[in-house]
Design a protein around this ligand. Structure first.
Ligand code: NAP
Length: 313
């Protein structure tokens, strides 16, 4: 987005590719709301927006199931070598049926470790239940305070399957056949999965990342995949995005990469667009956005409009 074009804007409808750092926010004196077409808001300096009185809207909830569908599709694709098999066929290498051709890993009965036990992580667990997988999860930092993780864990399983089990990160990494990332990108989660975490994982494990690329140390990931210390990866997000054409990950057959399309279904993108617009309208009408990533913000927009000032407490 051109900062010059946005200078007169009261609201910005932003994409995850638009960066709003403190300097950019300071340079937009009229801005009342940044409405992000995403649930993640790591492209926006939330503290700077809050200081400036700029509300940040986002689109949680409505993209949960669609993103979990894609995460599970990547898990299946990496386990059963779908993209590799497709390249094999198109490349004219399919000569005959062979007992050792394109052997992959079983998904049913395997153990799935979920890092990020929020909306999408739990939607992933529901899919895993259908495949008879055992689910381990890392409780979030607010799990104890709210009790949210445990109650949702009990609610999300079918009667004949064991409940998802809360475990430490070390245990999750050591015991899982698939590790799926669903945490937001924050200063705590940046490079949360690096060389020492990969060293704890099974050599036969597969990493799925539909959260944000920078949660994983890219060089460490490339190293373990190349060395055969990790069986494969399914990535919808990379660091950087888009991934460079010469990135070594693109030369590894055991990696499936999609171009950040987790929420990209016709129906979900329409809902996201509607919610992003509603978030803007809320601010124009003097309220916080209905889905506000910085709910403590004191709205600059309301203070500029004496007719609405003081309406909302
Ligand atoms: P959510 O409901 O807020 O869940 C995030 C979970 O991560 C929460 O349970 C939170 O725990 C946990 N968490 C945060 N920091 C943690 C840490 N340091 N250690 C362990 N757990 C931690 O969000 P969501 O809707 O599931 O979305 C998750 C992320 O997916 C988004 O932030 C976004 O980056 C990504 N995403 C990607 C796509 C795509 O197109 N690929 C689409 C949608 C979303 P607490 O509840 O205890 O705080």
């Amino acid at each position: 987005m051109s900062c010059a074009r946005a200078r007169q804007a009261d609201a910005v409808l932003s994409m995850v590719t638009d960066r709003f750092d403190a300097a950019t926010i300071r340079a937009l004196p009229r801005l009342g709301v940044i409405s992000n077409l995403a649930v993640g808001v790591d492209n926006i300096d939330l503290a700077a927006a809050t200081r400036a009185g700029v509300a940040v809207g986002h689109t949680p909830g409505i993209l949960t199931e669609t993103t979990a569908d894609l995460a599970f599709a990547l898990l299946m694709a990496a386990a059963r070598r779908i993209a590799e098999g497709d390249r094999y066929v198109r490349g004219g290498r399919w000569r005959t049926w062979g007992p050792k051709v394109m052997l992959g890993r079983d998904v049913h009965g395997a153990t799935l470790g979920i890092i990020g036990w929020g909306a999408i992580g739990q939607a992933m667990a529901r899919r895993a239940a259908g495949f008879g997988m055992r689910v381990l999860y890392l409780p979030g930092p607010h799990a104890t305070r709210s009790g949210r993780s445990d109650s949702l864990a009990r609610a999300s399983v079918t009667a004949d399957l064991p409940a998802p089990v809360p475990v430490s990160l070390e245990r999750l990494l050591a015991d899982s056949d698939f590790v799926s990332l669903h945490v937001p990108l924050t200063s705590e989660t940046r490079h949360m999965i690096g060389a020492s975490e990969f060293a704890m994982m099974k050599r036969t494990a597969i990493l799925i990342n539909t959260a944000r690329g920078a949660i994983v140390d890219r060089d460490a990931l490339t190293g373990v995949l190349r060395a055969g210390r990790l069986a494969g990866a399914g990535l919808d997000v990379t660091d950087p995005e888009p991934i460079g054409p010469n990135d070594p990950l693109l030369r590894l057959p055991n990696v499936v990469i999609t171009p950040h399309i987790g929420s990209a279904s016709h129906a979900t993108r329409l809902k996201m667009a509607e919610l992003a617009v509603d978030n803007v309208i809320d601010v124009f009408e003097g309220r916080h956005p209905r889905h506000c990533a910085n709910p403590t913000v004191r709205l600059r927009w309301r203070e500029r409009r004496p007719d609405t000032a003081g309406e909302e407490t």
